[in-house]
Design a protein around this ligand. Structure first.
Ligand SMILES: [Zn+2]
Length: 222
């Protein structure tokens, strides 16, 4: 009996071992075959051609506005209108932002052709002047909160940063309306509902302007 059992166990081990080795052999060949059949052929990855970023160039001497792109830039004698909204610079400037000025000059030329004269009544203001205007406004309106709806303190106003233009103030809201409607083409946007004269470079030229804020006091937090 014991011998028969021992033989049986031996046979199971042998057969089982054989089967196992067959499986190992079979499966070990599998990857070799599949690796050969799947020789990696380099798939060309299509490189997406980036859409060129639009750039407008203005010639002050000829008053011509020309369409270019950011990579090509502007030609000698032309000034760029910039391809983005105009943000606050790192340091306090001593004059109007040059791109904002170019945007205005380009818009002014187009407005003139359409019969609407535009001029800057106030652009860059020194910190001291802005502070003086604010103190005067506080006296006039009775409180800092009320004054801030019209004149901002020097540390938050965009005029000392060279980023704001008051146009045709206080006499010609009709011509200035042209700029409110068409200014986005040049990246000029009316900023406040209560100031028809105050414009900033709040969008890229050709892009829609952001919604107007109720008044200047809304910007004191940024
Ligand atoms: Zn202003």
């Amino acid at each position: 009996m014991k011998i028969k059992v021992a033989l049986l166990v031996l046979m199971v081990i042998l057969v089982g071992g054989g089967v196992t080795s067959y499986i190992v052999e079979f499966s070990s060949k599998e990857p070799v075959v599949s690796a050969v059949s799947q020789t990696p052929s380099p798939t060309p990855t299509p490189t997406p051609s980036p859409t060129p970023i639009q750039l407008l160039c203005f010639s002050e001497s000829t008053k011509a506005l020309r369409s270019s792109d950011l990579e090509s830039g502007c030609l000698d004698g032309e000034q760029s209108l910039g391809a983005y909204r105009i943000d606050r610079p790192a340091d306090r400037p001593t004059d109007l932002n040059p791109i904002l000025l170019t945007r205005f000059l380009a818009a002014q030329a187009a407005a003139k052709k359409a019969g609407f004269p535009l001029h800057i009544t106030s652009g860059y203001r020194s910190y001291a002047l802005q502070e003086r205007l604010f103190r005067n406004a506080v006296e006039r309106y009775g409180s800092e909160a009320e004054a801030s709806k019209w004149v901002l303190p020097a540390d938050v106003s965009h005029h000392p940063w060279g980023l704001a233009l008051d146009i045709n103030y206080p006499n010609d809201p009709v011509s200035t309306k042209w700029l409110e409607v068409n200014g986005y083409t040049y990246g000029l946007c009316r900023a406040y509902e209560n100031e028809w004269w105050h414009f900033e470079g709040l969008s890229a030229p050709g892009e829609q302007c952001p919604a107007m804020l109720p008044d200047a006091s809304t910007t004191t937090t940024d």
